[in-house]
Design a protein around this ligand. Structure first.
Ligand SMILES: Cc1ncc(COP(=O)(O)O)c(C=O)c1O
Length: 436
């Protein structure tokens, strides 16, 4: 068999690259991401002022390739990526396909370390504490399956945590005989000490793990994960944090949160390629968590043990870099302020109707761009279908045992006139009901 070195020597990579029209430095940060970010950085003004500066947000919106014949108000589910993020991914994929065992494994894969350190820097943690995963589900399942539990041990979460994460614990209930306890929390919840008390009161001597969302997907509710972690630490219990919707949505430093782990999707609010996620595990906690796919013992203390998933694309992960550049160009504080501005823009108008309820706090720090709105007497599924069929507006209907409504999540590319389309349509239903 030909040795690996001899095989590589037979490749004339630059020639091959030129032959297929590839750039010689395939992973360079292309001007477009940098250019637009530089342009955006030039705008001066406090985040609250920029939040309503439509010229600024028009520049941001131009980066996206979205279909403007419809109004997509489900950016919480999954986000479109800006054009230059898509292009970066395609470029890396093309380059990977020149000779994957060399171009993907040898050239591109090591560059993941650069993206890792940039992401770590941005969120105030160490590179050795950040793993890339395929999504928040994978990050969370690493945490949920990665701790040893015995028959009768209890895990605690809320009735509002994400369905797949409940399913994950329920599989352990069926397979290993653990016990899942779910508490109710108010909608909206605006009292930090009460929220912490509700969790603490449900702890028993058998409680071995707690799962809580930093931002609840159903309503956009932000939970006090720092205070919850401190409480869980006092009881010697790990708190698993579901930050699927929080990272790159509202502004915070992961390091300053002082938590032990954090799971997020990057294809939601960072606008990174679909199929990218992040898992943060505090350095001293890494040895305590088993990876989902086996890794050798020598990797016990290495965050990369969570990335031992076999062959995977390099393109997705490298293009996170472009998404990060864009995020930095927009500015996390300005993004946060804009998402609040958009929420209040549509919500305050609709709330002028007596029969409209917002199941989301408008108090600073308790929610951001995602909100849940109910038109009393109108089934959320019917309203969602009406908005889509009659107005080409995408929303999500939420039918929870404790509340119901439409989940609305505009994004940085959403225009005010698109929100007006939504407001006019729902306002009409609030006043006159759904057409027969
Ligand atoms: C609260 C929450 N957790 C986890 C997830 C899973 O994210 P993903 O589908 O990207 O794995 C979601 C997805 O919407 C979510 O809303």
């Amino acid at each position: 068999m030909q040795s690996r070195r001899r095989f590589l020597n037979t490749l004339s990579l630059p020639a091959a690259a030129v032959a297929v029209g590839m750039p010689l430095r395939p992973t360079e940060l292309r001007a477009s991401a940098i250019d637009i970010s530089q342009e955006l950085r030039r705008h001066v003004g406090a985040p609250d002022e920029i939040a309503g500066d439509e010229d600024f947000w028009f520049e941001v919106a131009r980066a996206f390739t979205v279909d403007r014949t419809l109004v997509n108000l489900n950016n919480g589910g999954v986000s479109p990526s800006p054009g230059f993020v898509q292009e970066a991914m395609k470029r890396h994929l093309d380059f990977s396909n020149l000779a994957p065992s060399y171009t993907m494994w040898e050239i591109l894969e090591p560059q993941r370390e650069g993206v890792r350190s940039r992401m770590a820097r941005e969120w105030g943690v160490e590179a050795g504490e950040v793993a890339f995963t395929r999504n928040a589900s994978e990050s969370l399942q690493i945490m949920q399956f990665g701790i040893d539990l015995a028959r009768g041990d209890e895990v605690l979460t809320t009735t509002q945590d994400y369905g797949r994460m409940i399913t994950t614990f329920n599989q352990r209930v069926r397979r290993e005989g653990i016990v899942l306890k779910q508490i109710q929390i108010p909608v909206p919840a605006e009292d930090v000490s009460r929220i912490v008390r509700l969790f603490e009161d449900a702890i028993t001597p058998r409680t071995k793990a707690i799962l809580a969302s930093h931002m609840i997907n159903l309503t956009g509710q932000i939970l006090p994960v720092t205070e919850l972690t401190a409480m869980a630490r006092r009881h010697g219990i790990p708190l698993i944090i579901d930050g699927a919707h929080a990272l790159a949505h509202f502004d915070f430093s992961l390091g300053a949160l002082d938590v032990d782990n954090y799971s997020s999707s990057l294809h939601k609010w960072l606008f990174a390629p679909h199929g990218t996620g992040l898992l943060y595990v505090r350095r001293d906690k890494i040895p305590e968590v088993w990876p989902l796919m086996a890794a050798p013992e020598r990797m016990d203390t290495d965050i990369r043990k969570f990335e031992e998933i076999g062959t995977h694309p390099a393109a997705n992960y490298l293009a996170i870099g472009e998404a990060l550049t864009f995020h930095q160009g927009i500015g996390p504080k300005r993004k946060d302020a804009r998402l609040v501005y958009l929420r209040d823009y549509w919500a305050n108008t609709l709330l002028e109707n007596d029969n409209v309820r917002l199941h989301t706090s408008q108090k600073p720090g308790f929610a951001c761009g995602i909100a849940n709105v109910e038109v009393l007497g109108v089934a959320p599924n019917d309203l969602r279908d009406y908005l889509w069929r009659q107005h080409r507006i995408i929303t999500v209907s939420i039918n929870h045992a404790e509340f119901q409504g439409l989940r609305v999540s505009p994004s940085v590319y959403t225009t005010i006139s698109e929100l007006d389309r939504f407001v006019d349509a729902v306002d009409h239903v609030a006043k006159h009901g759904l057409p027969a």
